[in-house]
Design a protein around this ligand. Structure first.
Ligand code: SF4
Length: 324
């Protein structure tokens, strides 16, 4: 796939229509993903990261729905698919997902092999030796012995289960693989090993990967591009190393300053005062303004535009001031 854009998301909005009001979980989000590249999505809980992933899978459950925008996945308009087509043509084959806490979704009464072969059997009609060969190939890729194929989930460690889920998500060679907090429930040693495996996989495979996590330091390591989300918006988007080295948006600056660093002598870590807003009634103007130390005149009145600042898209009024 090389440099081809495989995923093009434009002005995507997904809202939840609850009895307490409309939760604007995702508002006017746009980004692209090329084959062989990865996008990291970071932000606090409730910023819309997971809603974005569910929208890409056309899996937003009522009372939620996609209200606006388009998701073009290698020529397929995802927002137009009905449930039946999404199940048959989209999930697993075009886009697959490793869900948060995925290692706990394995069924205890079936072997690893039985569970891995299911998508091959149901969606591609591939069974027997051919299915085993495919499973073996992807178990190899995540550094697992084929001997695990006949074991039950309770015979495996957390790291092994998580690797099996990642291998299963790759089986049908989807264009895009979404990994939602792929290492959250694991200890740091296993986490480091899995992140290394994912880095190697990224080089071997041609599909696009989306990593979702609240841990920015992991994303700087593993993703080519970075989208920083706040209250349903992407507030900063671009090359992840550039953003990590020189963040532009006040929210990204705070997030990065809050990462503990081993070799830097500081009295206390930065933190972001306050809490993310209620998305039934987000703050007028810039949604970050009640917590932003740089807020000025128009910040609580007008929604900021996106500005291209040295190749990075930044949604902040500070940069229209600079432009002026
Ligand atoms: Fe802060 Fe204003 Fe920029 Fe929002 S638009 S991040 S409130 S300076």
């Amino acid at each position: 796939m090389g440099d081809k854009t495989i995923l093009d998301v434009k002005d995507l909005s997904t809202h939840y229509f609850t009895s307490k009001g409309v939760v604007k979980a995702l508002d006017d989000v746009s980004f692209q993903l090329k084959g062989g590249k990865s996008l990291g999505v970071a932000g606090e809980s409730g910023c819309g990261k997971s809603t974005m992933a569910y929208s890409l899978l056309k899996m937003v459950q009522p009372p939620g729905r996609i209200v606006k925008g388009s998701i073009n996945l290698d020529g397929m308009e995802v927002t137009k698919l009905d449930e039946n087509s999404a199940r048959k043509k989209l999930r697993w084959q075009k886009v697959s997902m490793v869900f948060q806490g995925a290692m706990d979704i394995m069924t205890p009464v079936y072997t690893v092999g039985h569970q891995m072969k299911e998508p091959l059997r149901y969606l591609m009609d591939i069974t027997g030796d051919e299915a085993e060969e495919i499973c073996k190939k992807y178990l190899d890729m995540v550094d697992l012995d084929f001997e695990l194929f006949n074991r039950y989930p309770h015979e495996l460690s957390g790291g092994q289960k998580q690797r099996i889920i990642i291998a299963t998500a790759l089986l049908l060679e989807p264009d895009v693989v979404i990994l939602d907090e792929p290492t959250t429930a694991l200890d740091v040693v296993v986490e480091a090993r899995i992140m290394n495996d994912l880095k190697i996989l990224k080089k071997q495979l041609d599909n696009g990967m989306i990593f979702i996590t609240h841990d920015l330091s992991i994303l700087a390591e593993i993703s080519d591009d970075l989208a920083v989300m706040y209250a349903g918006w992407i507030v900063e988007l671009g090359d992840s190393k550039k953003i990590y080295r020189d963040p532009k948006h006040p929210y990204t600056k705070k997030l990065i300053a809050a990462i503990p660093r081993l070799h830097v002598d500081i009295d206390r870590l930065e933190y972001i005062p306050g809490a993310p807003p209620e998305l039934t009634n987000p703050p007028k103007g810039c949604r970050f303004h009640p917590r932003c130390e740089h807020a000025f005149g128009r910040c609580n009145k007008e929604e900021p535009e996106e500005h291209d600042v040295d190749g990075i898209l930044v949604k902040c009024h500070l940069y229209d001031e600079r432009g002026n």
